[in-house]
Design a protein around this ligand. Structure first.
Ligand code: ZN
Length: 113
């Protein structure tokens, strides 16, 4: 346990009609079909759910492979599951604590907590 300050808030959004939380941008709510969303920042503390190595990236990422992508559950009492990069320690694995750093070029970056 460290005494470091809280990580930045994670920029989640919420459907105002049915309260479903989204980590990645959504344009139509998969629950109720609403097309409006409101900001719902979450606690930036997260836990790694899974980690994988990308060896065949999509367009825009080619030439950077292989790289590590983690699936992170972020938030407190409420949480969302997002795909992210772990910037300082790509070796972190399932159940390891991480914290949100920032979003760059549409990619969420976390670091080991
Ligand atoms: Zn909804």
């Amino acid at each position: 346990m460290s005494e470091s300050p809280s990580p930045p808030r994670f920029p989640a959004t919420r459907c105002p009609d049915c309260s479903l939380l989204y980590g990645h941008e959504a344009y139509v709510c998969r629950e109720c079909g609403s097309e409006t969303f409101e900001e719902a920042p979450l606690d930036g503390n997260g836990t790694v759910y899974a980690r994988t190595t990308i060896r065949v990236p999509g367009s825009g990422q080619q030439g950077k492979e292989p790289f590590e992508v983690a699936v992170v559950d972020v938030g407190g009492a409420e949480s969302v599951r997002v795909t992210a990069r772990i910037e300082d320690n790509p070796g972190v694995g399932p159940d390891d604590p991480v914290e949100f750093v920032e979003r760059r070029e549409g990619v969420f970056y976390f670091r080991a907590a």
